[in-house]
Write a protein that binds this ligand. Sequence first.
Ligand code: ARG
Length: 457
Amino acid sequence: MAKMWAGRTAGNTDQIADDFNSSIHFDSRMYQQDITGSMAHAAMLAKQGIIAKAEADTLIDGLAGILSDLEEGKLAIDMTAEDIHMFVEQVLTERLGEVGKKLHTARSRNDQVALDLRMYLRAEIDEIAALARALVATVTDKAEEYADVILPGYTHLQRAQPILFGHHLMAYAMMLLRDLDRLADCRKRMNQSPIGCCALAGTTYETDRRFEAERLGFDGICRNSLDGVSDRDFALEMLSALSILMMHLSRFSEEIILWCSWEFKFVELSDAYTTGSSIMPQKKNPDMAELVRGKTGRVYGDLMALLTTLKGIPLAYNKDMQEDKESIFDAVDTVKMCLQVFDGMVATMVANRENMLRAAQKGFINATDLADYLVKKGMPFRSAYKISGQLVAKCIAENTVLEELSLDVYRAYSDLFDQDLYDAISLRTCVETRISEGGTSLASVREQISYVKERLK
Ligand code: ARG
């Protein structure tokens, strides 16, 4: 494609330099935003008397034609064009002649690309939020299904205290709700219009930036033209929010991978979300969870790439900034795929109640409750903690568990022990008595579930 900026330069760009410089193979995905933005621009130019109303109508019709031709496959994007902005303008001029050349009045590709990217990402945030919301609903449904299933809660990956599987799952629902909040918050700052900042300094024409912003669904305008064309904070904020979201999915993935192992066997994933081995016939591998965990690194990489690109560039636009798009597009695509596959994987995941309970019955995870039992009968916590520890040591030495020790043995350690201790240290009691707000009791889990359902409305 011929260069629109030929004039100052006469010689042709080197072929390799041309390919290197071009961004059309990744920014063409913003064609819809580019065209919609241009339509609003043409309308504004006419409203302000900068071009004639009839000219604006011609431009807008021409742009609408390009949009529908692209969508219907009647017009192919020319991959030799420099970028999507040049491509659209060039086709418009080919189709309309002289009037096509009026579109770029009081505008620059610098504010145009910033506009397109904000509009594109704003729509992506909405899509990602919808997928994340669906995942929260799925996780919450699972939590409801398995609300009363006991499993060990861990710290340091050592069995710590019994908890309900519903409680464990709801922890992830809470994380995902915060991810949704972060995305919504980032969208607010993203939704300020840079169009009209022009190349860097604004323009001598009497434009109406607010008219354009309003037409394009923005909440306001960027208030400094240099900032408007130089700012990519909105992409960084989104990448940060996506990185944190991926970190949550990655932790969840890691747990699912552990739970699927023969060592745990807490859950079984559906065949639809697992793969086999080409050599080991017994294998059922949690590839989807592993890939989500793996792809987290890639989204972090996208964030780091853009942070690093931006850190040293002076105001205002520099070509370095063209590098913003591949990072953020990669993150967007990755997160959307991960959320979808993760949702299906969790929805079809089956918990093994017996194995979870069995694991909870081993590791003395009621030792805290044994100590609390003595405390409730008047012993200071530190002394109770010591006796409880001694009893655990005795169990380990004799290869037994706290529930199996006789009352006589208990009484040898403290005469505060009575028959009711057995009920106090039963796993069900341990869980049911953790009634503090946000604790693992069934009532608390139910409360969390209704809170999340309310938030999803
Ligand atoms: N393709 C460019 C980008 O993605 C568009 C802006 C180009 N502006 C310029 N003055 N070279 O950043």
